[in-house]
Every structure is written in structure tokens, then in C-alpha cells.
Design a protein around this ligand. Sequence first.
Ligand code: BQZ
Ligand code: CA
Length: 696
Amino acid sequence: MNKYALALGGASLLLSVSVLAAQAQTKPPITPPEPPKFDAQGKIDYVGVADILEFKALPDYHEPDWVTKNFVASGKLPAVKDRLPKEPMVYKQGNMVDGLGVYGDTMRHVIGGRPEGWNYSAGQTQGWGGIDIGLSECLTRSGPLFQIKADELQPLPNLAKSWEWSEDGHTLTMHLIEGAKWSDGQPFTTADAMFYWDDNVNDPNVTPLNGAAPGSFGEGTTLKADGDYTLIWTFKDAFPKQYLYQMAYGTFCPGPAHILKPQHPKYSKNTYEQYKNAFPPEYLNIPVMGAWAPVEYRPDDIIVMRRNPYYWKVDEAGNQLPYLNELHYKLSTWADRDVQAVAGSGDFANLEQPESFVEALKRSASADAPARLEFGPRIIGYSLYPNLSANGWGEPDERGQAVRELNRNEHFRKAITSAVDRKRLGESLVKGPFTTIYPGGIYSGTTYYDKDSTAYYPFDLEGAKAELALAGLKDTDGDGIVNFPAGTAGGKNVEVTLLVNADYQTDKSLADGVVSMMEPLGIRVLLNQVEGKQRDALQQGGQFDWMIFRNQEDLTSVVQKTVNLAPIGPKTSWFHRAGEDGQVDLLPFEKELVDVVNKFIASPDAAEQKELMKQFQKLYTDNVYGIGLTQYPGALIINKRFANIPKGVPINLFNWAEDSIIRERVFVPADKQGKYELFPETLPGAPGDKGGPAKG
Ligand code: BQZ
Ligand code: CA
């Protein structure tokens, strides 16, 4: 019996009286109203995987003239055909909306994050906004799946060019592309995958960026190399096809073992901290498998990337990709990304903060506006998550522990959700047809959503107060804030810390809304508003009572980041993880959620998966697992000079648009190219070379 329940025992008489009074006022949930219509602007041409790419040898290959002249002719680089794999990835022209491209120009990104360094495998961020998505190529790829026909949906081949399941479905044999090289010319082999798996994912002292952990691929899963180009996975379940999505961006994107391994504590005298920080942003030309490598870093100013001469992808005419020679990442703010994209000093933005919608729409409306703006479906949204770990995750103090015990009390969660006026919250971000109430769980308007399985607790302050009484909280000292029961946290006022990502105005706006809506309920919420890197670290470390969280692909696509839907492993849930003992203290309904998600992952049957997600949605929303706040559409803003931007790209469905537009195929027609290249006719230099890009 936990100490919280003990405290209650003492007040049982008092409680039973208030229970009767309270029961009268709590209302059951309702089915959510239909969201107001919002049509995504871009119409998607659905295709099959084979329509996008294949792996094959072509009769001849080409590269930008200046590469031949300045680098190959002088012997600094082998001929392009010798820099490419036997069978490079070939993008099919039929899927390139503006056809084969030409070389030249730059894509100027603006980002709100800041690079910690290049050791993605050890958990360093590069500042988000598409840097890591471009640098770290992964076994499979899912961003472009928004255009794949539903009955053919499965991750695209990438570093893994093909795979087959054993008869019994417990073994997956995966064939890597053969002869591909890192941007410094070193071979890419299973050694890179195994170093990532053994010494990063499975080393408890290392947490790769985006949180890959043993549970990410199923408890008991093993991975072995068979020679340089074959990986052998074994799984406890049969045909757990969902894990192919986990092998895409975020969770299986190997780093260059020849550079990282010598710094790893298992192979050096380094501490884990020294390993993680061995490649600071100033370490230029880190070898990548991506289309561009970092050649210049100016703190709080810009990161410049130059084309990777060993990139292993071509178009059907044999032109080595990428077409764009350079990428910029201007180190600014997320709000400035929207401003610069519509003004034309930046080239790309995911319009994801409603506070910028009206201005961005106005600025893009005129015919001579530099950028196109195209809204997609309502797949951006936020939830308020209570930390459900009463097992020590995040090492709470007595007050924090008492809040976690309250978070685990269904009446407390129902009180919170009923005190939130979602309509008012959405309108506080932007007026108009954009936002809609979001009960929590799977998003309306997405494949696995089922309205009749969704329980919505509409705004009901009286009902919320009744639930709070049922949770055993009363304002015993009459100052307007309910108190912990005597004997818990000193019977003090209930104060809750709310973790907020200060890099986004929307996160801050929603946090202010929550603070003000909890006041009449009698809960004092204290903001812990920190910059993105810190917010991510505190979230990963469980150091929060509640958090405002922009949901990710697990609650929209469901097939991407599926493991994050529930604590199926010690570190897979966003807000409920294991304590020191490696066990997650699951609530009864969570045990059912975990079971449903595991069945979904193991099921090869689409109809069964749909059924399972209805069960998931019912369990999630009936029990108020997360408190949905608001849901709205995002828009892709892209400078008009770029060609090969697929139609109807959602800014975040299977991944972010930086992945989904397939940047390595994007080009600028010769007559529209800008003079934006900062290091024209240069290539990445030697790894760690302080001298920046190599001139011919
Ligand atoms: C998109 C994205 C590309 C991370 C990040 C950032 C981190 C989170 C999330 C988004 C930024 C942009 O999102 O907001 O539009 O460009 O980078 O990675 O919010 O703090 O940890 O999950 O993706
Ligand atoms: Ca009080």
C-alpha cells in the first residue's frame, strides 16, 4: 500500500461524504464532435515503392563539371564511377514531378536549435530542422511514404536495399547496399551497423539521439552481421514488420564506426561523456552517408554543408546526386524560419506555430511572393502529459513523488482534462478554421482514427472539481489551492511543475493556457520553461511532473514510432519509463495498452491492426492516458525557385518534410539559380580538418 493510500484511510469518513456529493456531478465522456472541415491544399499522386526508386548499375555516370576538373583530373578523387556502389540507388524519373534536374545552388534552412556536436549515435543533437535527417541515412526510409498506396505501405529501402523474412517469421535477413562509401571514401559496411547496435543502442550508458533503446526493436531482439553486407535480425514475435519503420530515421541511422569507435570507452580511455563530446560542432567534415557534409560552423550564425562526393544515389541518367551543391542552416529561431521563408531570405519552413499563420498567409498571398505555402491535414498537435512513474524515474522530491502518485489517480487526470477548455485554448493560438479540440490519443483525420472509440471529456469545471474531490484533494486551509492529504508532502498546497519548450511560442502559449485553466480548479502550476536541448534532456530523464508536448508520428501515422505509443520497453513511452530497477510500474489499463501495441507490432494483418488501434484509442481516451489539448494543420513553405517538390507533402506524418520532399532530388532550374553558394566549387575536406571545405 503506498503512503498516499494510507493517508486517505485516515480521512475515509470525510471522503465518503464528499464522494456522494461529488458523484452527483461527474459526467461520463462523450464522442468528440466532428472537427470543422479543413481541406489539405495539395492533392497527392499515390504510387508504389518501385515507382520511386530501385538499385541497379547504369552504363555511365556524371558529376558537376567542376568536380571532374578540380578534383578528379588532379587525382584528388577517383572517377565518379569508382566512387559509386556497384548498384547505386536510382531515383525513377517518373516520380520526379519536374523531371531530371541540373546541378547548382543551395537550400537555405533556418533553424531554432543549436548543434551540440556530430555524435548523433551518442545522443548529440545537431540542432534539428533537417540537419540530422540529411546527415544520417538510415537502414530504411519512411518520410516519402505519404505518397505510397495504402495497400503497398512499407518502409522504403535505403542503406538496406532489400530484406526477406524466414518461413517462421522470426528471422529477417537484410542486404545492405554494396560498395557505398562514407563522404571521406571509407567503406560503409555491417561494421557500422554493428557498432551502432552493440556499442550505442545496447550500451546502457549511451542513448542515441531520438532515443533508440533495446526496447525500440522488441525485447530479446538480436542483430548479427554475416559478412560486410548482410545483417541477420531475430525477433521473439513472428513477422514483426512494424520494426522496419523503427529502422528508418530516428532509430537506426549508423554513424561512421571508423571515426566514432576509437573514441568509445570500450575501445579507449575515454569516459562516456568524453565519447559523447568527442566531435564538437567545430569538428568539420565529419564523414556522413548523407548527401551533404558539414564544412563550416559559425556559432549562433550558420552551419554550411557541401555535397558528398561519394553519395550513393543517382538519377536515371546516371547523374550523381544531390543536384544542390550546398545547404545552409542559419542558427536563429523557429519563428524566424517562418518569417525568412515567406520573405525569401530563407528557403524552407514547416509552418507549425499557429501564431505565425495569419502573417505567413498574408505574405504568401501575392503573386510575386518568393515562396509557396501549402497547408496539409490537421496533423500537428499538443498534449499535456503527466509523469506516471512512481518508480523513481527522474528522482522526484517528496512533493514531486506525491504529484506522480496523483497523476496515477484516474480521478485526478479526469479533473485536469475536464478543467481544460480546448476550444478557448485553440482560439488563443489563432482564430479561424485551423485548430480543433483534441481529446488525446490518435489524431482525427488519420488512418487509424476511430471516432466511436474516442472518449472526449468536454470542458466542465464543476465536474472537474467533483473529480478532484474524488481524488481526495480538498483546500484544507481555504487559500483557493487544494492541499495534499495530511501526511503527504506535509499536507501542503498541490503545486505542479510544468515542463515547457521555450523555443516555441506555441508551447509557451499553451502552457500559459493550462496555468490559467488550473487556477479555478485549485491546482497551482509552476512553469519550468527551458530551451529545446534542455527540455529534451529533462523529458528523456523524467524530470518533470507534467509537460506540454508536441506529439510525434506515433499518434498520427501510428506505424512510425509505434513503440512510443506505450511503455512496451523500459524507455519507450514519452512520459512513463522505468526506474533504476528497469521495471515500469504499469497501471492496470496500461498493461492492456502494452498488450495491444505489442499485438499491433506483431500483426501482419491490416484489418486486425485497425481493430487493435480502436482498442488502443478506447483504452487511451477512457482512462485519460494523455490530456489532448489542440490539433491543427501544418503548412510547407518553400521558395518558388525549387523544382521536384512532390505535391501535397505533409509537414510531419511518417517523418518531417525535410525527409519527405527527398531533398537530394530537389533542384533549381539553371535560369532561376541564385548566387547563394558560400563555398562554390569546393568539397568536404579531411575529417576534423579545421581548414573547412577542400578547394580543388
Ligand atoms: C522539424 C524538425 C526536424 C524534435 C524538433 C524539435 C526538437 C524535438 C523535433 C520541425 C524541429 C522543427 O522539431 O520544429 O519543424 O524541422 O525539427 O527534425 O522540436 O526539440 O526534440 O523531436 O523534431
Ligand atoms: Ca490550500
